[in-house]
Design a protein around this ligand. Structure first.
Ligand code: URA
Length: 209
């Protein structure tokens, strides 16, 4: 069963509180989301494999560790997921970036793919799917389906705020996927917003309404 990690680091929690504040404007919202994504990326990459090399310091040769060159991919779910990409890339700049776009079918209410573009070597990469809000989980489950259909084998999901419903939906559909969140909120309201949440992440990131 996939694990759920809630990052309770003080810097993440402090910045998340500022993100939640309805008085926080677009510029600050975007910068804070970027910063929290970087801090979360630091935690999420904790298990990256290392290999030993020899490095010449000014004093002598030393055995030291470098990343073993695991191939990574970041996949934002359009559109709000885009707000987390640069923050992750700051720590893993060599990662490739794919995109998944989904819309909700007005009749079935199910998410449907309208855009998927992934790195060509999907099968060799480990992926981090990013979206600030994990609400019902419908989009996250479908985005992970999209990656798996194309051969992705190792996927993590990362968001700022999750509702219990969304966490359960990913756990049920994709028990192999670990979930990384900054806060687990109380519930969804009748409009599908996370409570207390932060409102519409896409609108707040891009200044639309
Ligand atoms: N998407 C958002 O942007 N906010 C929510 O609260 C739920 C889904």
């Amino acid at each position: 069963m996939g694990k759920v990690y809630v990052f309770d680091h003080p810097l993440i929690q402090h910045k998340l509180t500022m993100i939640r504040d309805k008085e926080t404007g677009t510029k600050d919202f975007r910068e804070l989301t970027d910063e929290v994504a970087t801090l979360m990326a630091f935690e999420i990459t904790r298990d990256l494999p290392l290999e030993e090399v020899t490095v010449q310091t000014p004093v002598c040769d030393a055995k030291a560790k470098v990343l073993a060159g695991k191939k990574l991919g970041i996949v934002p779910i359009l559109r709000a997921g885009i707000g987390m990409v640069d923050g992750v890339l700051k720590l893993i700049p060599a990662a490739k970036v794919g995109h998944v776009g989904l819309y909700r079918d007005p009749e079935t209410l199910q998410p449907v793919e309208y855009y998927v573009k992934l790195p060509s070597d999907v099968e060799e990469r480990d992926f981090i799917v990013v979206d600030p809000m994990l609400a019902t989980g419908g989009s996250a489950v479908e985005a992970i389906n999209s990656l798996k259909k194309r051969g992705a084998k190792n996927i993590k999901f990362m968001c700022l705020i999750a509702a219990p419903e969304g966490v359960d939906a990913i756990k049920d559909a994709h028990p192999d996927v670990d979930i990384y969140i900054a806060a687990l909120d109380e519930k969804l309201n009748e409009k599908g917003y996370i409570v207390p949440g932060l409102g519409d992440a896409g609108d707040r990131l891009f200044g639309t309404k």
